[in-house]
Each structure stands twice: as C-alpha cells, then as structure tokens.
Design a protein around this ligand. Structure first.
Ligand code: FAD
Length: 464
C-alpha cells in the first residue's frame, strides 16, 4: 500500500470536481484528484458533449436527406444520401478525446496530481483508492465529494441487451429500425429526436400528461409539434410495464388499456440519481437531503472539512451548476469569502426546437404572491428566424408588474440555446424590462426577440 497526503482531495473529475481541483491548484493548495474513469466525467464523456455531437450530426444528415427527397424550399438538390453511424461515433469520440485531454492538461498546469482508480472513503480525512497497481491510501485536510450521478433503472426494464441507458445510446454502431424512448425529459427527447432524424422510427412514452413535464405546456408545445412533424409517436400518461426481448415488443399501459409497441432498442431515460454507492459514505454519517448530500451555501457538508458539489448535491443536475459549485468550494477551502448567491441557473434542452429557461416560470412567479406580467413574442415576427426557416417558437419574459423587474425568461425555438447567456445575465444584474428594451440588440439576430418581448411588456412593441 502506498501513502500520499495533500491539502485537498477531490473524488471525481467531472465538471464539478475538475473545476474545484484546477482552482485549488491555482490557489496554491496541494491537490489530488481521483477518477475511476476518464477526466471530464459524465458531461464530457457520456453526457453533454457526445449528445450534442450526435444531435448535430443527425441534423446535418436530416437536412441533406430532406433535400434529396426534393423537399428543399431553398432549391438544394442532392442524391445518394446515407450515413455511416460508426464513422459519426468515431468523430464524436474524437471531440470527447480532445476535450478530456484538455481537462487533463489543465489539471497538470494547475499543479494537480491525478490518481486513476476507484475511491472509497475511510474517514473524513482518509480515502483508499483501488488503482491498477494496488491500493493507494490518501490523507487530506479537505475532502471534496464530486462523484456525480448515474441513470435510474426501471425495475421492469433492467439495463442490458436491447435496453439502453443514454451511455449506450450515444455509441450505437447502426441506427435501429425502431427505438422506444421511456421518459420524455430532455435527455430522452434529445437522443430520440436525433435517432428520428437518422431514420429510426421513434416512439416516446411519458408517464406525465405532457413531455418535458417540469415546464409548462405552452413551452413544450412547439417541441411536441416538431416531434409529430418528424414522425415521432409521443404517448403521454403512458406507463411502460415490460419488454419481451424475444419479440422486441414493449408492453405499455395507458389508463386501463394495455398495448404492445415494436422496439428493436429501448432507451430508458427516467432520471438520474447520485452516484454514492460503494463510496463508503455511511462512514461519515453526513446529513442527507433525500438521496442527495446536504450542503450549505459554501458546499460544506455536515462534517467540517468535507465538501460536496455537483449532481450528488441535488437538482438541477447540470454541468454549469457543478462547475459554479466547484469554484465556490475552492474559495471556501482557501479561506476566501463568498458563497452561493446565484439568482439563476439557466437550463437548456437541446431538443428541436431548443428550449431555454432561466429564473421563474409564470406559475412559479405567481406563487410568490407578486403581481406578475408575462410578455410573449413570437419567432415568426423575427427576420433571423425566418431566414433560418424556423419561425416556430417564442420568447417569454416573466416580470414584476409594478417595478418591471425581470423574474424569469424562457424561449423555445431553433438556435435559442444561445439566449441562455443573455437570460442569466439579465437575472444576475437584476434587469428590468426597461434595461432590456433600452439595450441595442444586433440585427438580424434571434436575440432581438428578447428586446421585443421587453418592449411588449412595457406596452411599446414595435414589431408586433
Ligand atoms: P459527473 O460529471 O458525473 O462526474 C463524476 C465523476 O466521478 C465521474 O467521472 C465518475 O467516474 C467519478 N467517480 C464516481 N465515483 C467515483 C469513485 N468512487 N472513485 C473515483 N471516481 C469516481 N448537463 C448540462 O448542463 N447540459 C447538457 O446539455 C447536459 N446534457 C446531458 C446529456 C446526457 C446524456 C447526460 C447523461 C447528462 C447531461 N447533462 C447535461 C448533465 C451533466 O452531465 C451533469 O450534470 C454533470 O456531468 C455533473 O457533473 P459532476 O461533476 O457532478 O459529476
């Protein structure tokens, strides 16, 4: 057994862990990061980045295929269209390698020592790591738990064979003829839409009354309409009861009716849960919040010197939240001031069309007891959306009527993911409708819709 010691020991090199380690390294604190798989975590290896690569490739293929079918309004003609999915996956893997290699380089540059292996907590100051060369025992002054999350399994649909989690679905060698997606949240819809564009016959089964159930139906409606146009069958209020692998059939209950649906592959995306099993967490007896580790505004758990960040600490399980927490924890360990005081964590669904939310939805704002106004501006009135051939969708601003203070911003539309920055900035800067309306937005851009929505809220719309 080898012994190492350090000031900061980070378990998990996902967006939370690697950002925390880079920052503590930069601050001159002796840091070790332990990772059992590859640097970059879920996000870079099997999540955000590979899914967006697949979505992009699918969209490119779909556009060419549409044109080859003589459907191009732009007059584009093509012939002999096909896709070599193995090559697409190899291209995607190249992007992943480039980014994960970049993370390894940044850790090294910050003076962080990397240990490859599976960590098990011995006590609040000691971790044992199973490496290829045996067990390494690391003692530390500060421990950061950043072990992320893993997909939730449905008992009647155990992963394996034709039943896939998002990880396997992002690395298929051939496009399945039929794909059933169980769970109509953003991960299932993103991957399901990509496979529909690649030529699979896709069905989506969602237990709630509409897809993307965490958002209101007005927001999810353009996504549902586009899925229908793409030939995706969306079943809501649908409970999947099991899968007959010999017949490639899914058994689904909708109310009292039970039906069967053909599915060569079944993608199960019903949520994610913190990856804490086998970590030895019970040794610490930390306070929990449901399945998640309870933390304060500085990322500190109920035990002094033990911190937690990212997906293990709860919703929203998003990479940029994990990264922001990583920075805060590093500052806390270094004895700097500050803590979590963010007004907004934007969230983007890279569906078709894309959906972006920041701050409060209309009903959430009304629940605060404020006098709430909602201004909605349609993309069909925006020149850029028309030139992109995608005028479906809208931008919506939720505001406090008496003061004009912006409480929330949402958009659904092709390319709207890029509005996430403006939305978050508006909320962090406590912008009012007047601030946004008075800001010159470049023409012709989708962002002009945000300015127009603000003008609408002020009763001064120009282009509506
Ligand atoms: P993770 O990224 O999960 O990293 C944890 C790391 O800890 C892993 O590398 C793991 O191997 C390691 N680890 C775990 N246990 C141990 C142990 N005992 N010893 C050593 N190492 C260990 N988020 C977005 O913001 N935008 C998106 O577009 C987006 N798309 C997604 C698409 C998919 C398909 C999926 C699955 C997720 C997506 N997410 C997205 C979510 C995002 O990936 C996570 O929120 C983010 O990765 C969480 O970061 P983290 O640092 O908490 O954990």
């Amino acid at each position: 057994m080898t012994d190492l010691s350090c000031n900061v020991l980070v378990i998990g090199a996902g967006p939370g862990g690697y950002v925390a380690a880079i920052r503590t390294g930069q601050l001159g604190l002796e840091t070790i990061i332990v990772e059992q798989a590859a640097h970059g975590g879920t996000c870079l290896n099997i999540g955000c980045i590979p899914s967006k690569a697949l979505i992009h490739a699918a969209q490119e293929f779909f556009a060419v295929r549409e044109a080859s079918g003589g459907h191009s309004k732009l007059g584009i003609r093509t012939s002999d269209v096909g896709i070599d999915l193995a090559k697409t996956v190899a291209w995607k893997d190249g992007i992943v390698r480039q980014l994960t290699g970049g993370v390894s380089g940044l850790l090294k540059k910050a003076g962080v020592r990397s240990v490859q292996g599976r960590a098990r907590i011995v006590d609040g100051k000691t971790v044992a790591v199973e490496t290829a060369d045996g067990v390494v025992r690391i003692s530390c002054r500060n421990l950061v738990i950043a072990t992320g999350s893993r997909p939730v399994e449905v008992p009647s649909l155990p992963f394996g064979g034709n039943i896939l989690s998002s990880t396997e679905a992002l690395s298929l060698a051939v496009v399945p003829e039929t794909l059933a997606v169980v769970g109509g949240g953003y991960i299932g819809l993103e991957i399901g839409t990509a496979y529909a564009k690649l030529g699979a016959k896709v069905s989506i089964f969602e237990a709630k009354p509409h897809i993307l159930p965490q958002y209101d139906e007005e927001l999810s409606r353009p996504v549902a309409a586009r899925l229908k146009a793409l030939g995706v069958a969306v079943h809501v209020n649908a409970l999947v009861e099991g899968y007959y692998s010999d017949q490639s059939m899914l058994r689904v209950r909708t109310g009292s009716e039970v039906t069967e649906s053909a599915a060569e592959k079944v993608l199960v995306t019903v949520g994610r849960q913190p990856a804490l099993e086998g970590l030895g967490l019970y040794q610490l007896g930390l306070d929990m919040e449901g399945r998640f580790i309870r933390i304060d505004t500085r990322g500190q758990t109920s035990m002094r010197g033990v911190y937690a960040i990212g997906d293990v600490t709860g919703e929203p399980m998003l990479a940029h939240r994990a990264m922001a927490q990583g920075e805060i924890v590093a500052d806390a360990i270094a004895g700097h001031g500050g803590g979590w005081d963010k007004r907004a964590i934007p969230a983007v669904c890279f569906t078709d069309p894309e959906l972006v939310v920041a701050g409060l939805l209309p009903d959430q704002a009304r629940d605060t007891g404020r006098d709430v106004g909602v201004a909605t501006y349609p993309l069909r009135a925006n020149g850029r959306a028309l030139t992109l051939e995608r005028p479906d969708g809208f931008v919506r601003i939720v505001f406090d009527k008496p003061s004009g203070l912006v409480l929330g911003l949402q958009a659904v539309g092709a390319g709207c993911s890029e509005l996430a920055g403006e939305f978050a900035l508006a909320l962090e800067m406590c912008a009012t409708l007047t601030d946004i309306a008075a800001t010159i937005h470049a023409h012709p851009t989708l962002a002009e819709t945000v300015q127009e929505a603000a003008l609408m809220g002020l009763g001064k719309a120009l282009h509506a």
